[in-house]
Ligand binder design. Sequence first.
Ligand SMILES: [Zn+2]
Length: 417
Amino acid sequence: MKIGKYSFGIGDRFGHQGEAQLRAIVRAAAAGIDVVPVWNKSNREHSYIHSKPEDTRIEADAAVRTLAYNGNYFVDADHINLSNVQGFLVASDFFTLDVASKIGSASSEAQITAFVASCKKYSGTLNIPGIAHVINVSDQHIISIANKFLAAIAEAGKIYNFIKEQKGADSFVTEVSMDEVESPQTPVEMFFILKMIAEQGIPVQTIAPKFTGRFNKGVDYVGDVAQFSREFEEDVLVIDYAVKEFGLPDNLKLSIHSGSDKFSIYPVIARVIKKYDKGIHVKTAGTTWLEEVIGLALAGGQALELAKQFYKSALDRQEELCAPYADVIDIKQDQLPSASEVDQWDSKKFANTLRHIPGHPDYNPNFRQLIHVGYKIAAESGTVYTGLLEKHHDLVGSCVEENLFDRHLKRLFELGV
Ligand SMILES: [Zn+2]
């Protein structure tokens, strides 16, 4: 089972926006670019929302039926490992094997020695076609890469084999992710990681390294765009070479996690994938839920009051809500509006503060990040929230569609519509 060249992860925490999300994909197709939708949801999200992987499958299938969509689509078991993959086996056909926690775990000396010996050809000067500068790789460097990643990739092999035994080899797409770690992987590390993946027999189609810079949830990229650009381009060239050297699937492409809202690097990604005629997978950070809050704010009345209530509760419960996301958010306390200030806001002011339009005078990324991690509060409000989502279905759906199509797909694929 192969995924298409371009694919976009469309997380949907509360499972109400499948159709609106798919409408954006259909509009991209009409504008000339086929983007495969992938409904992604992690175990953590399911546990906060009290949903199950089957719910995501039902949502995706229903959206596809309603819109008579005839392209490919997938349901992603996002960031799974051996301890939680079981629950995703039936519903998912895309598996993101998360081995970040195994990076640095010990391998036997014999395994390290065997890997280093198998890399003889690449020791000394490593020539990656397309990369002009000389890359020197010593045996010592390869040993340190093996010490860091060999056990993690062995774990990916175990997860892959488990899924394969349960589902059959050709019935799912495999991604390997290592993004939830502190330090980014270099293009050279990526080259040897891909060799390890090939040795494990994992037919990886998308790989999610940790890139340089900060990929905070729901807001723009923070970091050195020039450096990102260099590394991203080298990663693309490394993958191209590794595919040929190690016999990996020829559609193998990069996957960018928390890739929604990273508007300042979209032109870089667009340029590089066009230059080398490569594919890309972009995962969202579950920001569809923010569009729901924007839609409710715009609806006014009781719905606006609930949106304000979410913010005020999030303000009170900041510590608890931010703790699990400490590494992927940056909230400046002194720039958060007070509860009494927000109480005075009308629909427009609330929506404009939350909606990600860079340069808009009301846009506040601190406000946006705090609400983003506050989805637990919406989950707690149960049918009060989902009832209002249903009541304002059209308005909320139009916000979701606009965000995905106008602010993401159009930018990323340079659709001039
Ligand atoms: Zn991730």
